[in-house]
Design a protein around this ligand. Structure first.
Ligand code: ATP
Ligand code: 5RP
Length: 329
């Protein structure tokens, strides 16, 4: 898991280069919004139990990008998966991704209020009242215990709920969305959890990049949408990070004064100690504290160009965490 996570997070180096590569990719979420054929898991219920991984983040904070990179480690979609999908649910819209024996479901599908309903009640999609946590729990529990479910589908194009789709239990079930760690019952089903903690500055830069370029939104509407969701984000989304096994913080760089474009970033990987089946990664020497700033004379870019930190640290008042900080110019 550690290697895949590092790959997905872009550690330890070349973050800038990877960003450029990412920018060439079409966002998976935007692809699936256009896609008209649902993906339905085609893995037969196996003797082994399904491993459940939660990925939490605010909207526009890289969940789809992260999942696309993580599942690329698992391999591509097999012919059997394609055929099963075609047979099981031809036509229609889906937020689900099936790849390499893993199924990624998007928790937006558990919105109990559609776009019109939220508008009428004056709540955002981040508010618990707009989501069906009972059904989310029942279905994740069923999948984990090897039973298929008829999962609802929230259609981001129409803003309403489509007919449900069949999800069979995969080897690995990823639940990604706004609230995978919100409900204690659902938290108890997770074998591993990740929170993408994107600072306001970077979130804004990424949203502008995606929503202006790909969705034709104006700067003002992006600003207004972030602002309108801010109090619910603070109340219901952000606190989930204390329950995650791994938190990836993406922050503005400290290496370039006044860098506003969000093209150069600082990434901090926060890893909980003592999580079953997870070995936190380290730089050079496990358990030590390492801070590295290269010699300016050896750099082809402006000093300091790159900076690393690794060591034990506290997070939410607990000491069983390790941090890795990486910043590149
Ligand atoms: N690791 C990354 N490095 C650089 N840019 C990124 C990274 N992850 C995401 N982004 C930028 O942020 C944008 C939003 O990412 P993405 O669509 O994956 O977010 P999301 O959480 O799935 O959003 P939503 O829930 O609104 O669909 C991307 O289009 C990309 O521009
Ligand atoms: O936060 C979101 C996704 O993470 C969306 O805003 C939420 O799902 C509502 O969808 P839409 O904006 O299409 O009405």
């Amino acid at each position: 898991m550690s290697v895949s996570l590092l790959h997905a997070a872009g550690f330890p180096t070349c973050f800038k280069q990877q960003q450029q590569q990412l920018m060439l990719c079409v966002s998976w979420r935007s692809m699936r919004r256009r896609r008209l054929r649902p993906s339905v898991s085609c893995c037969a219920a196996s003797e082994e139990r399904t491993v459940v991984v939660g990925l939490a983040a605010d909207s526009g904070c890289g969940k789809s990008t992260f999942m696309r990179r993580l599942t690329s480690v698992l391999g591509g979609v097999t012919e059997e998966e394609e055929e099963e999908c075609d047979r099981a649910a031809p036509g229609g819209y889906s937020n689900t991704l099936v790849v390499g024996g893993a199924t990624v479901i998007c928790l937006d599908d558990y919105h109990s209020l559609d776009r019109a309903g939220r508008k009428e009640k004056g709540v955002t999609a981040l508010h618990p009242a707009a989501n069906d946590f009972d059904l989310m729990y029942e279905q994740v529990k069923a999948l984990k215990s090897g039973a298929a479910v008829e999962k609802p589908v929230y259609n981001h194009v129409t803003g309403s709920l489509d007919p449900p789709e069949l999800i069979r239990p995969p080897k690995i079930l990823f639940i990604e969305g706004l609230h995978p760690l919100f409900d204690p019952r659902i938290r108890s089903l997770l074998d591993f959890s990740i929170y993408l903690d994107i600072s306001n500055e970077v979130k804004f830069a990424w949203k502008i990049q995606r929503d202006m370029a790909e969705r034709g939104e104006s700067l003002e509407s992006i600003q207004a949408s972030i602002q309108a969701r801010k109090s619910d984000f603070d109340a219901y989304i952000d606190p989930q990070k204390q329950y995650a096994d791994v938190i990836m913080e993406v922050l503005p760089t400290q290496l370039i004064p006044d860098e506003k474009e969000g093209k150069v970033l600082r990434v901090r990987l926060v890893m909980k100690e003592g999580v079953k089946h997870f070995n936190p990664v380290y730089l050079f020497d496990e358990g030590s504290t390492i801070s590295w700033t290269p010699c300016g004379g050896k750099l082809s870019c402006s000093y300091p160009g790159i900076k690393f930190f690794y060591g034990p640290n506290t997070y939410f008042s607990s000491e069983c965490w390790r941090w890795m900080d990486s910043s590149t110019d």
